[in-house]
Design a protein around this ligand. Structure first.
Ligand SMILES: [Zn+2]
Ligand SMILES: [Zn+2]
Length: 335
């Protein structure tokens, strides 16, 4: 069976793997049909992903087809098309016992900590498959990405009528906007890139666009009470404290390797801010997302700006790491 392995930063290689095993109890053998490419993959390619080891088979945003199921599997059957929960949690640690499998202390994410889906077939725990009879394979591959925004908005407990600011209008920022919109929260967006601002303006329904910090701060003292930083940029994350209004919440969706510092008395204490981190998503959120996409309340068709046949991926990949390429989301087509 063929696979694409990232040998080291900047170097993909087609490799030959043994044929996938037959599925054991509770497992399913699946054929990979689509693989979404996200920031994690791009950082791994560039050698900037923290705690990442090479060689690694990438691929955690998957649309798959069930080929065979093992004993005891009832949630999926041969021929089903499914989205995949790529977060393999232990089920026993302190975070898993609280239902927070998203931050399991021994979490293994497919394509990050363990080999992922850039291969023809693989065996997965059937409980990690979410079948859908109506979604396209591209839509299925985007369920995991949407989970990031869904979880971040759930963390914030955003309420209808509140005002939010989303910093960073890449794919993750757009997922946050989708779930704010579903909750009836109006949102402003700050992004330095004109092409990303155009995308948001056209597709996401922002209440206002900002191209600079000054433009956000002009609104003082009536600042937004919810600020989502989706940049993973140290400067942006530190500035984000000053964008949140009194009593507000700051949610770090993106992350970077290093320290985030802030001035305690102002803005943090004076405004009594609350700071959240947000990591991955939980299965209930994935199921909710599937329902919302199936019901047409979330539309992701226009997100995929590059659907690339797998044969062309190795050549195309470097272009996806270039923010000026104007590509919001690339999906690799393994059909
Ligand atoms: Zn991802
Ligand atoms: Zn655990």
């Amino acid at each position: 069976m063929r696979a694409i392995t990232l040998n080291q930063p900047g170097e993909f290689q087609w490799t030959e793997l043994p044929v996938a095993n037959e599925p054991g109890p509770g497992e399913a053998l699946v054929r990979i049909r689509t693989v979404g490419i996200c920031g994690t993959d791009l950082h791994a390619f560039k050698g900037r992903q923290p705690f990442f080891s090479y060689p690694r088979i990438l691929g955690h945003e998957l649309g798959v087809e069930v080929l065979r199921v093992g004993s005891g599997v009832t949630n999926v059957a041969e021929g089903d098309l499914c989205a995949v929960n790529p977060y393999l949690a232990c089920g026993e640690c302190i975070s898993c016992r609280q239902g927070k499998t998203n931050c399991c202390i021994c979490l293994k994410v497919l394509g990050v900590h363990t080999d992922g889906g850039m291969r023809e077939e693989m065996v997965l725990p059937a409980a990690h498959l979410y079948p859908s009879t109506s979604l396209s394979l591209e839509e299925l591959a985007l369920i995991e990405t949407l989970g990031i925004g869904c979880h971040a908005v759930n963390r914030s407990q955003a309420r209808a009528g509140e005002r939010a600011l989303v910093i960073g209008a890449g794919p993750i920022g757009c997922t946050v906007m989708e779930f704010l919109r579903l909750r009836g929260v109006s949102f402003e967006v700050l992004d330095l890139s004109a092409s990303r601002r155009d995308f948001v303006q056209k597709h996401m329904g922002p209440s206002r666009m900002h191209e600079s910090a000054e433009s956000v701060l002009d609104q003082t003292p009536e600042l937004p009470t919810l600020v989502f930083d989706c940049t993973g940029n140290q400067k942006s994350m530190q500035s984000a404290f000053s964008y949140a209004g009194a009593g507000g919440k700051l949610i770090f969706v993106g992350l970077f390797v290093g320290d985030v510092t802030f001035h305690d008395p102002d803005p943090f204490h004076r405004r009594e801010l609350t700071v959240f981190s947000s990591r991955n998503a939980v299965p209930d959120e994935h199921r909710f997302i599937l329902q919302e996409v199936e019901g047409g309340r979330i539309q992701t068709k226009h997100w995929v700006s590059d659907l690339c046949p797998v044969g062309g991926m190795v050549e195309r990949f470097p272009a996806w790491t270039d923010p000026s390429s104007g590509i919001l989301k690339a999906v690799v087509d393994w059909r």
